[in-house]
Ligand binder design. Structure first.
Ligand code: 3PG
Ligand code: MG
Length: 407
């Protein structure tokens, strides 16, 4: 891959130069208080920002947060993120209350060498996500005016053909930041010739989101373990009744076909935790998958399944000895946000952490689960900051943000 990276830019010298950094500071916020509930993505971009600060650059950071509709929407303001970023950097972050307007211009103008500014949410501007090249381009022109060089460290957004990701690098000298570089290194190890046995663990709510990655990975893996809300569509395809659990009726046939040609690589739950309602205090029991009561909703995989999945990781080489040497995990096994339904995710995460393997956690919810459950992050070789981005990379898709850096 012929991408220049941050070290190339630093070698040219950035002291006194304005450097525009696209970060993915799209962190989860508490619905009631607006507090940042997981600052993993902010911490992940610190190596790049600190290096630029130390080298004396004027650092202009931009990001999206949530999915506002092209116009300012206070609930998606990046202001709290500026505060947290400042704490982590140990220096104030100058916050612009718009993205490319008067506040942004004067904030960028006032930056001294080694100082950091954060612009307001990119998606407060319709040009950021526009499908129209000219509209995106016009917005990209305004953004590009804030930098003499561009660093993409927003791995979580590289699958988006958005102005800040795709069009700005066409307008400025551009490099990949430390995070993007590391993410691509790790994921290319999973798509190239991963050391086998190779085990993939998938969860999360929807089969339809994971179908392409299942298709792409099935030929490469030794085992594919499936839990989370998506397992019920597979269980239905196996002929089980799933009560009021999540079900994608239109995907049942597809799941059946996948099972039929998976050569036994796909492992499904044998028991689940079924509850009266989708609520933290709902009455619940562990039941075998052929005994899910019609009024109940499956909210987690059961203990026997956890034990089975752990055993499959330990003995991944079917028909021979050998634990997994490479493991990729994306998607929680149950509703881990509710303690009663967190045991599946915790148990599987612990089994992965213990494995003598190269272990990668796909971003989004599974990364959040690792931190929310208080698991040791350092027990995994890599925790991706990209949910959709890491899946699309593993599907073998061309990612607009990476393609733009290659040019
Ligand atoms: C994410 O959280 O997956 C990234 O920040 C991308 O956000 P998006 O799915 O709203 O484009
Ligand atoms: Mg390990």
């Amino acid at each position: 891959m012929s991408i220049r990276n941050l070290d190339d830019l630093l070698a040219e010298g950035v002291s006194g130069r304005r450097v525009l950094v696209r970060a993915d500071l799209n962190v989860p916020l508490d619905k009631q208080t607006g507090d940042i509930t997981d600052d993993g993505r902010i911490r992940a971009v610190l190596p790049t920002l600190s290096a630029l600060v130390s080298a004396g650059a004027k650092v202009v950071v931009c990001s999206h947060l949530g999915r506002p509709k092209g116009t300012p929407d206070p609930q998606f303001s990046l202001r709290p993120v500026a505060g947290r970023l400042g704490e982590l950097l140990g220096a104030p972050v100058h916050f612009a209350s718009d993205t490319v307007g008067d506040s942004a211009r004067s904030t960028v103008e006032a930056l001294a060498d080694g100082q950091v500014a954060l612009l307001e949410n990119l998606r407060f501007n319709a040009g950021e996500t526009s499908k129209d090249d000219a509209e995106r381009g016009a917005f990209a022109d305004q953004l590009a005016a804030f930098g003499e060089a561009y660093v993409d460290d927003a791995f979580g957004a590289v699958h988006r053909k958005h102005a800040s990701v795709y069009d700005v690098p066409a307008r400025l000298p551009h490099v990949a930041g430390r995070l993007v570089l590391r993410e691509v290194e790790v994921l290319s190890r999973l798509t190239g010739e991963p050391e086998r046995p190779y085990v993939v663990v998938l969860g999360g709510s929807k089969v339809s989101d994971k179908l392409a990655v299942i298709e792409a990975l099935l030929p490469k893996v030794d085992r594919l373990l499936i839990g989370g809300g998506m397992c019920f569509t597979f269980l239905k395809a196996q002929g089980h009744e799933v009560g009021s659990s999540l079900l994608e009726e239109e995907m049942v046939e597809t799941c059946g076909n996948l099972l039929a040609r998976s050569e036994g690589k796909i492992m499904l739950p044998v028991d689940v935790v079924a509850a009266d309602a989708f609520a933290p205090d709902a009455a619940h029991d562990t039941v075998p998958v052929d005994g899910i009561p019609s009024h109940r909703v499956g909210l987690d995989i059961g203990p026997e399944t956890v034990a089975g999945f752990a055993a499959a990781i330990k003995d991944a080489q079917r028909g021979g000895p050998g634990g997994a040497r490479t493991i990729f995990w994306n998607g929680p096994m149950g509703v881990f946000e509710m303690p009663a339904f967190a045991n599946g995710t915790r148990g599987v995460a612990e089994a992965i952490a213990k494995a003598d393997a190269f272990t990668v956690v796909g971003g989004g919810d599974s990364a959040a689960a690792v931190r929310a459950l208080g698991l040791d992050e350092s027990a995994f070789d890599h925790i991706s900051t990209g949910g959709g981005a890491s899946l699309e990379y593993l599907e073998g898709q061309t990612l607009p943000g990476i393609a733009a850096l290659e040019k």
